[in-house]
Design a protein around this ligand. Sequence first.
Ligand code: ZN
Length: 343
Amino acid sequence: MITSTNFLQKTSPWTNPDFLTSFITSQPNIFGSGAIQNLSKATSALSKLIHLTIAEFDTVYPTELELAKDLMDAGLLHNARKCEKCSCKMALRNRKGTVEWRCRRSNKTDCSSKSIKAGSFFSESKLSLKQAMKFIIMWITECSGPQIELQLKLSKTTICDWRQFLRGICTRIVNSYPPIGGSGKVVEIGESVIQARKHAKVTTLNEEYILVLGGIERGTHRIWMHTVPNRTKETFNATIGKHVDKESTVITNMFPAFDDLGKMCNRHEMLNQSIESYRFTEDGLEVSTGLIENAWTRLKSNGSADNTLDSYLDEFVVRQWEGGQFFMTVLVEIQSCKTDYRN
Ligand SMILES: [Zn+2]
C-alpha cells in the first residue's frame, strides 16, 4: 500500500535516478533487506520497463526468463523462494518456454515446484509474464479492446478480466490519495450525469443515468470523482468532506445541494451560470468552474461507463492525477501486491 508519506515523494519525477534511489531505499518491504545492494538493478529494471513499447518488446525480452529476471530486479516478482517441504533454497528452471521455481532432491526427482508468479499480482492470471506485461503496456497507452485482441490474441473475457485487475490497482492507488486542496488552494467542485452503457444491467430508469460528484485542485493534477446516490445536501457534504481539505477555497455552480459548503470549508464562492460564465471577486479570485467542466468532458470522451463505474472513475482519476508518472505508479502498486497474494 502506498502511504500518504511516500505519496508526497511520488509527485517528484520518476525519471530522476536520485529520487528513484531514495524511494527504493524507503521501501524495504518491497525490495527486501538486500535493497541497498540491489538498488542499481532495481532502478535500471524499473526504468527499462516503463520505457518499453510493444513494437520492441520481443526484441528486448525474447523469452520468459529474461523478463522474469527484470521483474524480479524491479521488485514485481519474488526474487528468491524457499521450498515449502524442506526449506531449502529453490532454483529457477526454464523449460518449454516457461519459468518456475523448483527444489531438486536428486538428479531425477524434484522435491517441490512453485509458479514464478506465486505471491505476486501476476498469480491471479493464466497469462504468461510476457503476455501480461504486454497487456499492461497496451492498457497504459490506452489501446482499445479490439487493438489488444488483435495484437495479443486474447479473448474478450481475458481482456475484460485484465482491465478489471488493473482498475483494481487504480482503486488501491486512489484509496491512498489524501484530500485535495488545503490552505491557499482553490478547488472547483461539480456534479455530472453519466449515461450507463447500453448493455449494462439496467433495471430502472434511474439506473440509466449515474450521478457523479467530483473536484479538481487548481494549479495541480489533483482530482477526485465519486458516484453518489442522490443530490441531497447530506450526500454532497459527506462526499466533499471526505475528499476536500477544510482549509480550501471552494468554487461551485449555484445549486441547492452546495448551499452549506461555506460552513464546511474556509471559503465558498458560487457561480450563477444563468447570468455569468465567470467573474472576479474584489480580492482577485476567479470564480469559474471551467476546470471541472473540462474534466467531465474528458471523462465522457473516454467512452461510456459500464456497470463497474466506480473502478472506471478510479482509473480516470489516477491517469489524471499521475500524468506522466502513471506507469511507474501502477508498477509500484503492483509491487506492493506481492505480500497480499500468497499463492
Ligand atoms: Zn525441498
